[in-house]
Design a protein around this ligand. Structure first.
Ligand code: NAD
Ligand code: DAU
Length: 364
C-alpha cells in the first residue's frame, strides 16, 4: 500500500483551459485528495469544464477572485490547504494589448494576494506542527509561461531556466512580475514555492480566441483563417495532458525554490501549423463549408510586438524529475480536432456577443 500523504489542494483558475485539464488529471490520479477549485469565472472560465466533478465527495468549487484576501484566508484555513496550484490569470496576449489593466490586477496583485495568504496560513501551521513539518507538507506551484524569456531568433538556443527575463507584452510582463514575487517569497520567507515555465499548450477546453481552437472553429464555420504577419513565427506546442503530468511530477517531486521549464519538443511555424490543421480537418470533418480548408488562409496585420520564436529546453525536468512529453504534434492535433468536432455544444455558446466584439476589435 502506497503511504503517500493526502494532499488538500487549492487550484486557482481551475475552470480555465489548463486548470480544468489539471483538475481532471488530479481527481483521476488521486481520488482521495481534497480538491478545492477557486475561479472567478471570467470570460475565459467555464464551469462546464469541471461540472462533472461536482458530484464527488472530495470536490468543492468556489466562485471567487484571487485578489480577495478575506476569501483566500478563509478557504486556506477552513479547508486546511497544504498545496496550491496557481493557474488563475488573464492569459491572452491580444487582450493584454487592448487593455492591460486586468492583467496587472489578476496576474500581479492576485498572485501577491495569494502568496501573502498562503504565507500567513503556512506560518500558522508551522507554529502548530513545527516549521520543518509544515515546509515538507506545503507547496505553492506557480504556473507560468516561456513568454517571460522574450523572443528568440531562428539560430538561438532554446530557453533554459537561467535565460534572463525579457518580457515583451503586457501579458508576459505581468507574468514575469508574478514569477519574481513567487521566487522572492522562497528566498525571503522560505515559503515552499516552485515555478514552472511552459510553452504553448493545446488540447480540449481551449478557449476559441487562441490560435489552434480559433483556426479549428473558423474552418468549421467557413470563416477566414487570420495568420498574423508573414506566418513565420515559431511556437513550441505542448499537449495539455503532457503538461498536467509534468505539473503532477513537479508538485510531488520538485524542489522548493526551483524553476522547471516544460516544453513539447514540437516547434512549428504558424503557417505550417495552420496548413496541418487544414489538412487534418479536410480528412476528419465530413461537412466543411469550404473545401479544401486551405482556401480560407488569410494573412492579416501583425500583432504589435509579436515575439518571433519560443523554444523550451526541458532537460532539467527530464534529468531531475524523469518527465518527458509523450504526445507527437500530429497525434495531439488529431485528438484535439476530434474533441472540437464532438463538442460543438461546448464551443458554440462561447462565440457570444462579447467574443464577437473582441474579435472585431482584433481582426477588424
Ligand atoms: P485561461 O485563460 O484559459 O484560464 C484562466 C482561468 O483563470 C479562467 O478560468 C478564469 O476565470 C480564471 N481567472 C481569471 N482571473 C481570475 C481571478 N482574478 N480570480 C480567480 N480566477 C480568475 O488560461 P490557461 O490558458 O488555462 O492558462 C493557465 C495558466 O497557465 C496561466 O497562468 C497562464 O499564464 C499559464 N500558461 C498558459 C499557457 C497556454 O498555452 N495556455 C502557456 C504557458 C503558461
Ligand atoms: O508560450 C506560452 C503562451 O502561449 C502562454 O503564456 C499564453 O497564455 C498563451 O496564450 C500562448 O500565447 P501565444 O501568443 O503564443 O498564443 P496564441 O494562441 O495567441 O498565438 C499563437 C501564435 O499564433 C502566435 O505567434 C500568434 C499567432 N496567431 C494567433 C492568433 C490568435 C495568428 O497568427 N493568428 C491568430 O488569430
Amino acid at each position: 500500500m502506497n503511504a503517500r500523504a493526502k494532499r488538500r489542494i487549492l487550484v486557482t483558475g481551475g475552470a480555465g483551459f489548463i486548470g480544468s485539464n489539471f483538475v481532471h488529471h488530479w481527481c483521476k490520479e488521486y481520488p482521495d485528495d481534497r480538491m478545492v477549485v477557486l475561479d472567478a469565472l471570467t470570460y475565459a472560465g467555464n464551469y462546464q469544464n469541471i461540472a462533472a466533478l461536482e458530484a464527488r465527495e472530495n470536490f468543492r468549487f468556489v466562485k471567487g477572485d484571487i485578489c480577495d484576501r478575506l476569501l483566500i484566508d478563509q478557504l486556506l484555513a477552513e479547508e486546511d490547504i497544504n498545496t496550491v496550484a496557481h493557474f488563475a490569470a488573464e492569459s491572452h496576449v491580444d487582450r493584454s494589448i487592448l487593455g492591460p489593466d486586468a492583467f496587472i490586477r489578476t496576474n500581479v496583485v492576485g498572485t501577491f494576494t495569494l502568496l501573502e495568504g498562503f504565507r500567513a496560513h503556512w506560518n500558522a501551521r508551522g507554529r502548530q506542527e513545527g516549521v520543518g513539518a509544515a515546509s515538507r507538507r506545503h507547496r505553492f506551484l506557480h504556473v507560468s509561461t516561456d513568454e517571460v524569456y522574450g523572443s528568440l531568433s531562428a539560430e538561438d538556443p532554446a530557453f533554459t531556466e537561467t535565460t534572463p527575463y525579457a518580457p515583451n507584452s503586457p501579458y508576459s510582463a505581468s507574468k514575469a512580475g508574478s514569477d519574481h514575487l513567487a521566487r522572492a517569497y522562497y528566498h525571503t520567507y522560505n515559503l515552499p514555492t516552485i515555478i514552472t515555465n511552459c510553452s504553448n499548450n493545446y488540447g480540449a477546453y481551449h478557449f476559441p480566441e487562441k490560435l489552434i481552437p480559433l483556426m479549428c472553429i473558423n474552418i468549421l464555420l467557413g470563416k477566414p483563417l487570420p495568420v498574423y504577419g508573414d506566418g513565420q513565427n515559431v511556437r513550441d506546442w505542448l499537449f495539455v495532458g503532457d503538461h498536467c503530468r509534468a505539473l503532477d511530477v513537479v508538485i510531488n517531486k520538485g524542489i522548493p525554490g526551483e524553476t522547471y521549464n516544460i516544453g513539447g519538443n514540437n516547434e512549428a511555424k504558424n503557417i505550417d501549423l495552420v496548413n496541418k490543421l487544414c489538412e487534418l480537418m479536410n480528412e476528419l470533418a465530413p461537412d466543411l463549408p469550404v473545401r479544401p480548408a486551405q482556401k480560407l488562409i488569410t494573412f492579416v496585420k501583425d500583432r504589435p510586438g509579436h515575439d518571433r520564436r519560443y523554444a523550451i529546453n526541458a532537460t532539467k525536468i527530464k534529468e531531475e524529475l524523469g518527465w518527458t512529453p509523450a504526445q507527437t504534434l500530429e497525434g495531439g492535433l488529431r485528438t484535439t480536432i476530434e474533441w472540437y468536432l464532438k463538442n460543438r455544444d461546448w464551443w458554440q455558446p462561447l462565440l457570444s456577443e462579447e467574443y464577437q466584439n473582441y474579435y472585431n476589435q482584433v481582426y477588424g
